[in-house]
Ligand binder design. Sequence first.
Ligand code: AMP
Ligand code: MG
Length: 419
Amino acid sequence: MAEPQRPALLSLDEVLARLLAVARERVIAETEKVDTFDGLGRVLARGVVSALDVPPADNTSMDGYVMRAADVPAAGTVLPVSQRIPAGVVGQPLRAGTAARIFTGAQVPPGADAVVMQEQCEALPGEGLGQVCVGAVPAAGQWVRRRGEDVLHGAEVLAAGTRLTPQGLGLAASVGASRLTVRRHPRAAALFSTGDELVMPGESLKPGAIYNSNRFTLRGLLLAAGCEVADLGIVPDRLDATRDALRRAAAGNDLILTSGGVSVGEEDHIKPAVKAEGWLEAWQVAMKPGKPLAFGAVRRDDGDSEALFMGLPGNPVSSFVTFLLAVAPVLRAIQGCADALPPAVQARADFDWPKPDKRREFLRARFNAQGGVELFPNQSSGVLTSAVWADGLVDNPSGQVVQRGDAVRVLLLSTLIGA
Ligand code: AMP
Ligand code: MG
């Protein structure tokens, strides 16, 4: 067998540009309507535009009395109470020189412009609804939530490409949207044919074996990213069987994902099988963890469409980080998300990193109570404990020495997972 050619070292940015260029041409076309109630985690194919002002009218944010500020020139002013306005009831225009008893959420009646909370008022006996002694001089507009202060009629409250969070669903509901147009779920097939050393939890660990953890991590990452996942499990270690599995996976999926068997010189059937069934680019990415990455596509039987293929490195932390930085952006792009790349924050390094790598590093890090970030002591790509301990990845440029107190760029796992 000829010595495999060592591919060129590419920067992560070059790799992302290539991945996104391909992915953006393959945005999932099918959309569906779902009840807003069931929309959690879906990606909007159409923006949500409000047909009303929210709130629809001025209303009070306090229980108390509503009045005209000008009618209370001094603390201790006594006004007759002319009406009582509970939430959900529309009051009468307020008679000048009177106050109305009002409860949180009720509309402010025409003619009134300020609310004084009940703690600052004293109810006094009198005819009808009695009187109120107003204990503080109100400012006009006080405790009044303005019509449209949240949303104006005609505003787009959620743009196409937005993934629906719980608060996003609430906002859609607040403008009265009962149905939402979303993209169908991306479909991913995960295939773990590689590695004779791998056994499943529940099986006995024969000498030389390790448990297959990537199958769990990657399936979880795919589900968290909103995918329907077909887990193809272990495929017999033969070229024809691997080609068969790829063809079957391509039929019903947008993306085929594997881990392991993509290193240079690795004698594995995945890469030749993808090449035979479609096309493949094998990359060396200047990042740590994660150097090898394969990208390609597998033809479908219809002849003119393909499923994307991504082959991740086998080391558990490498496949985790590579998923977050390379696969997740592809999944966002094929769902039409505007921001395929995750936002980062700046933080203070509460660590020293005197011997940086030549490659751009993604160090498992955690915020401390003082607002700085610390590193997990063992940054080896086999130490999955680091990925559980961490709440972020310090994005350290190639060759960059870090000293305690320096500003570093941090990608938060909470914005990377499930985005
Ligand atoms: P490879 O990329 O196949 O050379 O694998 C690199 C390292 O990752 C080796 O130590 C493998 O044992 C390990 N590895 C590969 N696949 C998995 C997996 N599914 N779960 C856990 N470790 C794995
Ligand atoms: Mg292997």
